[in-house]
Ligand binder design. Structure first.
Ligand code: BJW
Ligand code: ZN
Length: 272
């Protein structure tokens, strides 16, 4: 049975031309990618967010690479789930009908792209790219382990033996500079073009669909009130309320893999 809220949201989409989707870690949870906050968000005795900082890198780049190496290993074989696929299929139908769709993701896992989404802005970078600290080159990199020294490292167990990794163990660019993950850590600026594009999309969209984010990390979280102030109908899909919930038009409580297809499948309706 289609609830009144779902019917109202689908009616809003029926009137829309520009749709924006803002996604977070929750959209990939059903693919087996751990979220940052809440249950399962810990790695050894550090939380993911403690290691995703320039300070952690300055203190111990070998440990930070061990953390990312572990996550790359976990993400290497994961597959898009029904939420990723429904968003990609919706984009195809929506743009074929002459409308616009902007998918702005905080995720670094690449699963939206793998599902077939095209107009994707990655606000927090990509775990499958590395950046040289000397020459600045950004290159795709799917090496697992990241260097031979990391073979068998990276257990998330709290009492796993902690190996020390030195400068000789770190991945290097052709220019011999040290490579870091091409992701955005706390206190670092987001890509200016990416952020400007996301702000523009939020200001212009008729409908914003917020999927699987705790809505606590800025500037991404600020896109939600921005879209609302700019006149968009805003819907949120999450397992639980977030700080954004009180300011959205619709809150759909449930797993993204079930709710996103229910909201988007077979839209837009054919008019001929
Ligand atoms: C499901 C589900 C299912 C589960 N179905 N749902 C304004 C106010 C206050 C602070 C700031 C501010 N502006 C800036 C700041 C500081 C800071 C910040 O926001 N701090 C707050 C935490 C307080 N922001 C920054 O530092 C940003 N940089 C910046 O602002 O720079 C300014 C600057 C300018 C010029 C010079 C220098 C600086 C950068 C933020 C970077 C965030 N990076 C990370 C790590 C990326 C790399 C990595 O992966 O390792 O990005 S942190 C982490 O959080 C990651 C995520 O993208 C991000 C958001 O997390 P997300 O996606 O919301 O995941 P969770 O786990 O939090 O939530 C999952 C949700 O899904 C939950 O709600 C579940 O219920 C739900 N869920 N299963 C549906 N099946
Ligand atoms: Zn280099």
């Amino acid at each position: 049975m289609v609830s009144a809220a779902i019917a109202a949201f689908r009616a809003a989409l029926g009137e829309a031309t520009r749709v924006m989707v803002l996604s977070g870690a929750g959209v990939s949870a059903e693919s087996g990618v751990p979220t940052f906050r809440g249950a399962g968000g810990l790695w050894r005795r550090w939380s993911a967010t403690d290691l995703a900082t320039p300070e952690a890198w300055a203190r111990d780049p070998g440990l930070v690479w061990e953390f990312y190496d572990y996550r790359r290993r976990r993400m290497a074989d994961v597959q898009p789930n029904p939420a990723h696929r429904a968003l990609a299929a919706f984009e195809e139908r929506w743009t074929a009908a002459g409308h616009q769709l902007a998918l702005v993701t905080q995720n670094i896992d690449g699963l939206h792209e793998l599902a077939g989404s095209r107009n994707v802005t990655r606000l927090h970078g990509s775990i499958w790219h590395v950046r040289c600290l000397r020459c600045g080159a950004v290159t795709p990199n799917r090496d697992v382990p990241i260097t031979a020294a990391y073979e068998g490292a990276g257990s998330p167990e709290p009492d796993a033996p902690s190996r020390r990794f030195g400068p000789e163990d770190l991945p290097r660019c052709a220019c011999s500079g040290v490579l870091r993950p091409h992701v955005v850590w706390f206190g670092e600026p987001l890509g200016a073009e990416d952020l400007e594009g996301a702000v523009r999309a939020a200001e212009r969209c008729d409908v914003l669909l917020v999927v699987g984010t705790s809505a606590v990390v800025y500037p991404a979280a600020g896109l939600i009130p921005l879209a609302r102030r700019s006149g968009a109908v805003v819907a949120e899909i999450n397992l639980e309320p977030t700080p954004a919930t009180r300011d959205v038009d619709h809150h759909f409580c449930g797993p993204a893999g079930a709710v996103v297809p229910e909201l988007l499948d077979d839209l837009p309706k054919r008019t001929t």
